[in-house]
Design a protein around this ligand. Structure first.
Ligand code: GDP
Ligand code: MN
Length: 396
């Protein structure tokens, strides 16, 4: 589960990472009031969306007066935010964070993620933090430090110090970095996070009170492991349904696993493995799947009909491929759902159906009898034949 920056900042603070004060608002006037309340000459107005790269898309604006804060808020709320991570249509912005701004001497990157290969959490750090970290990782991977973390013992102080030195931090910065790294690891482990990232972690310019500057987290991104959320009632409350894909939510409510993709062939399959194989074979024959959809092993006719509604509702879909291996799910249930969907929504796009297994004969008879309602239907004799018919029908 993804959470917002403001929620991530609250968690960081709770675990002892220093974060500048901030206010969450949802109107331009509230943004102006928050500027005044924060009492910092420099403030930052930031779009709260579940996508990174906001700075590059105009979703992070530095302001120096209440009027500037109001104008910045108005501009950010006015239209969907397009960033390198959102796709061209962008994402709507409903909430803003107004944070006390800080002067920056240098930007660093630190994160804890899961190293699947190593089977451990891993501390990732770089002295080249900020908005171009993806570019740094791509062009100069040696500038990214990686330190595996023991999932039971957590981070040892000497490991945190090693990373702080490797980042080139000096004097009092070292102790601050060790505390921040230790806090971040505790947060990661205790919340069952899959990612806890601070980018940038900044060093502020030296002043009399802080001759080595201060280390502060000015952006945070935390992803929580869905499979562990049952252990964290307080974290479940951080879920923001307005950020979810409405079709994916609809599917979930009917017990369907649905993920929208970029292609044009809608897929309806039972079983995650078969769904993957179906997507592979569509691609092998030159097609592009529009979605992953697993109706599950024991799908009811109502759930499968809903699945067709979701697929046919997607304007990208130019063809629908049904691939069912009837085990617990019965082929005739799926056939009945195809016919219901055809009567309700109508298949104006090509439909290719491949059914095999339990009750396949009654299913074929049902489809045969409903040909009038299914003018675009073809039957695939096997998976390859179905994929070929599907890609040919779309190309035609
Ligand atoms: P992201 O682009 O979504 O990762 O948003 P960030 O919160 O990381 O902000 C992007 C960039 O804006 C940062 O890398 C900083 O360079 C700049 N920025 C954000 N907050 C401040 C601030 O308080 N002071 C200054 N000077 N720059 C900031
Ligand atoms: Mn950032």
């Amino acid at each position: 589960m993804k959470i917002h920056e403001y929620q991530s900042r609250d968690l960081l603070q709770k675990f002892g990472v220093p974060v500048p004060p901030a206010e969450v608002v949802d109107t331009p006037d509230q943004a102006a009031a928050a500027y005044t309340k924060l009492g910092s000459k420099l403030c930052v107005v930031k779009a709260q969306v579940h996508a990174g790269g906001r700075g590059k898309g105009g979703g992070v604006k530095l302001v120096r007066s209440a009027d500037e804060a109001r104008d910045a808020a108005k501009a950010i709320l006015a239209k969907p935010l397009v960033t390198p991570q959102t796709g061209p249509e962008g994402v709507p912005v409903n909430k803003l964070l107004v944070a006390a701004g800080v002067d920056i001497e240098k930007e660093y990157y630190i994160a804890i993620a899961v190293d699947r290969g190593g089977g451990t959490p891993v501390l990732i750090a770089s002295s080249e933090g900020g908005m171009d970290i993806e570019q740094v990782a791509h062009d100069t991977p040696d500038r990214i430090l990686r330190e595996p973390i023991d999932p039971v013992a957590g981070v040892h102080p000497y490991e945190a110090r090693k990373v702080a030195f490797a980042l080139g931090l000096q004097g009092k910065q070292i102790g601050q970095a060790v505390r921040i790294i230790t806090s971040l690891v505790s947060l990661f482990l205790q919340t069952d996070a899959s990612l806890a990232e601070i980018n940038p972690l900044v060093v502020t310019p030296a002043d009399d009170a802080n001759p080595d500057g201060r280390l502060l987290a000015i952006d945070a991104k935390i992803d929580l492991d869905d499979n562990a959320l049952f252990r964290h009632k307080d974290l479940q409350a951080l879920h923001d349904p307005t950020e979810d894909d409405p079709d994916e939510v609809r599917a979930q409510e009917h017990g369907l696993s649905y993920i929208s993709l970029d292609g044009n062939i809608g897929c309806l399959v039972n079983g995650a493995g078969l769904a993957m194989a179906t997507m592979d074979i569509i691609k092998l024959h030159g097609g592009e799947p529009a979605n992953f959809l697993d109706v599950g092993g024991s799908a009811s006719e109502a759930a499968v009909t809903e699945a067709f509604r979701i697929i046919l509702n997607d304007p990208k879909v130019e063809g629908v491929m049904v691939n069912i291996f009837g085990g617990i799910a019965k082929c005739d249930t799926i056939a009945a759902a195809i016919i219901t969907a055809a009567k309700e929504v109508g298949f104006t796009v090509p439909l290719v159906v491949r059914l095999e297994g339990t009750n396949v004969e009654p299913a074929r008879n049902l489809l045969e009898g409903a040909k009038g309602d299914l003018p675009t239907m073809q039957i695939g004799s096997d998976l390859t034949d179905a994929a070929k018919k599907m890609t040919a029908a779309i190309a035609a």
